[in-house]
Design a protein around this ligand. Structure first.
Ligand code: F6P
Length: 546
């Protein structure tokens, strides 16, 4: 539906006037209980959302907006396996992959849970064999390095999780190759021993050019070492895919293929056999814990009242800024270094899901949809782009994420990490008035002339919103919950905006053109067929190649 036709949307539009005129500093001064009231804890995650430019009335209307646009009903459909991905006529059931309950989940009249558990027990068994040294390479040696070759959802999810939980990893070393640039593969392989390296070729479709190009080169690297002995492939290549035919065509034994289903979207696939690298790095128990954390968040999302529901709250706040306060981007700032790929993972999750200007019903939208998601680990960002967050002309809400306990953390780093995170959120919200700047400079003995000169430069407007998410720890369970939290946030926003968050037609055109351009670049005297700028670039590249 069109959300702008709801009563809640109209009420929010009129409320935005007074919110624009208010300052969070004053709001806090007038309401001593705000920080306590606007905080929720669930699944090991404490969310303080008090530093947002909202009132209780705004929050009430946002809750109504979720209800009026039918989010709870749509969520029930998703969990029940209805084909809510209408343009691809598919169910959306990443939640079934981590469903630890007993209720069947039906797709086309079949309960999918037994198949999910059967594949997981195969991937877990395989991970155990690799980790224990039972799985041997073609020379009879154990595996020391595992290289995942995939891109997008077949890379970012497992990569982000393996990085995030690195302090807990106790299996073979994990590497991830995604970019078709040969240096990504070559730089990864240069220090590896082919006899002790296992490749996981991860591709839902098994037709993705980048992945297949990298996989072919990896196969050639192995075969060169194995002096062309093709039987080595079975010891060193496994596939994770939904496409048996293509896997077999590539030369990977179907015994070494771990499947999943069309109802698992690429960017939602880390819970499926795409998560094999996670099971290899952490062990199956670690992977199961990740699933358990996500399942816990699924329960919370389905059962907690909207006002105390973490995914709903994050989603509704995002809609508020995007549609009523003109915020066009959103920063994710994790303060734990091992979460360094979280912003990239969330970029795909959010922007590939909700970066759309046509609703599920095919009508063009007349309102903003998915924002630009970006970010970097916190303290690094402070010394780079945070200047713009504090004093720039755009309103950019920030998600601060900080896990309070992680193996390997030591003092004084830990306290400094926490202090920096809390300080940034406070600075964005409070700002610094001219009077405060003046008083501070006078106390330091700065001359009046200099104070006058620097006053406006050193002033901070404040009133810049953020969410603070404090995680009990950076364990597989809490990370699983955090990822599921963002998945459901994206879902709620997608429903409010009337989108189908589960297709990605916007990536097709580029793929199609790249195939043609590749041919044109490698075929001498091929006929021009592209726009004038692209033709000129093709000719420039061809001349440079020569
Ligand atoms: O190009 C985008 C995309 O289709 C993503 O949605 C997907 O995660 C990625 O490509 C990789 O696709 P595959 O797993 O089929 O190789």
């Amino acid at each position: 539906m069109n959300p702008t036709t709801t009563a809640a949307w109209r009420a929010l539009a009129s409320q935005s006037e007074s919110i624009r005129a208010s300052h969070l500093r004053e709001v806090f001064a007038q309401d001593p209980s705000r920080a306590q009231r606007m905080a929720v804890k669930a699944c090991g995650i404490y969310l303080d959302y008090s530093k947002n430019r909202i009132s209780d009335e705004v929050l009430n209307q946002l809750v109504k907006l979720a209800e009026e646009t039918g989010v709870p009903a749509h969520a029930r459909k998703m969990f029940a396996g209805e084909k809510i991905n209408n343009t691809e006529k598919r169910a959306v059931l990443h939640t079934a992959l981590r469903n630890l309950g007993d209720t069947p989940v039906m797709v086309d009249g079949q309960n999918v849970i037994p198949a999910v558990r059967e594949v997981r027990s195969r991937t877990n068994a395989f991970a155990r064999r690799v980790r224990s040294g039972e799985w041997l390479g073609y020379t009879g040696q154990t595996i020391t390095d595992v290289v995942n070759i995939g891109i997008g959802g077949s890379d970012l999810g497992p990569l982000m999780v393996v990085e995030a939980l690195k302090p807990l990893a106790d299996g073979p070393r994990l590497h991830f190759v995604s970019n078709v640039d040969s240096l990504h593969l070559n730089q990864t392989l240069k220090d590896l021993d082919p006899a002790r390296t296992l490749f996981i070729v991860a591709s839902k479709t098994f037709t993705t050019i980048e992945t297949l190009t990298n996989a072919r080169s990896a196969r050639a690297w192995l075969l060169e070492a194995a002096q062309g002995d093709k039987s080595a492939i079975a010891r060193h290549f496994v596939a994770v895919s939904t496409n048996k035919e293509k896997v077999s065509e590539f030369g990977i034994d179907l015994e070494n293929m771990f499947g999943f289903w069309d109802w698992v979207g690429g960017r939602y696939s880390l819970w499926s056999s795409i998560g094999l690298p996670i099971a290899v790095a952490l062990g199956p128990d670690g992977f199961e814990e990740l699933l358990a954390g996500a399942y816990e968040m699924d329960q919370h999302f389905q059962n907690a009242p909207i006002r105390e529901n973490l995914p709903y709250l994050l989603a509704l706040l995002g809609v508020w800024y995007n549609n009523f306060l003109d915020a066009k981007s959103h920063v994710v700032a994790p303060y734990n270094q091992t979460l360094h790929r979280l912003p990239a993972f969330l970029q795909q999750l959010d922007m590939e899901s909700n970066g759309k200007s046509v609703r599920a019903d095919g009508e063009a939208v007349s309102y903003a949809t998915g924002p630009v998601i970006w970010g970097e680990p916190g303290t690094n960002g402070q010394h780079a782009f945070f200047q713009l967050l504090h004093q720039g002309t755009s309103l950019i809400p920030v998600d601060f994420i900080l896990a309070l306990d992680q193996p390997g953390q030591i003092e004084p780093h830990r306290t400094s990490q926490i202090a920096n995170c809390l300080a940034q959120a406070s600075a964005l919200m409070q700002g610094k008035t001219q009077a405060e700047v003046q008083a501070e400079m006078r106390e330091k003995g700065v001359s009046e002339a200099q104070i006058t000169e620097l006053l406006t430069h050193r002033e901070f407007s404040g009133n810049r919103p953020s969410n603070m998410m404090l995680l009990d720890d950076l364990s597989p369970r809490t990370l699983g919950a955090l990822i599921a939290l963002y998945e459901h946030k994206v879902f709620v926003q997608g429903v409010i905006w009337g989108l189908n968050s589960f297709d990605q037609w916007g990536v097709e055109l580029g793929k199609q053109l790249a195939t043609g351009i590749e041919q044109r670049l490698s075929t001498p005297n091929s006929a021009p067929g592209y726009d004038a700028s692209t033709e000129a670039l093709i000719n420039y590249v061809k001349a440079a190649k020569r």
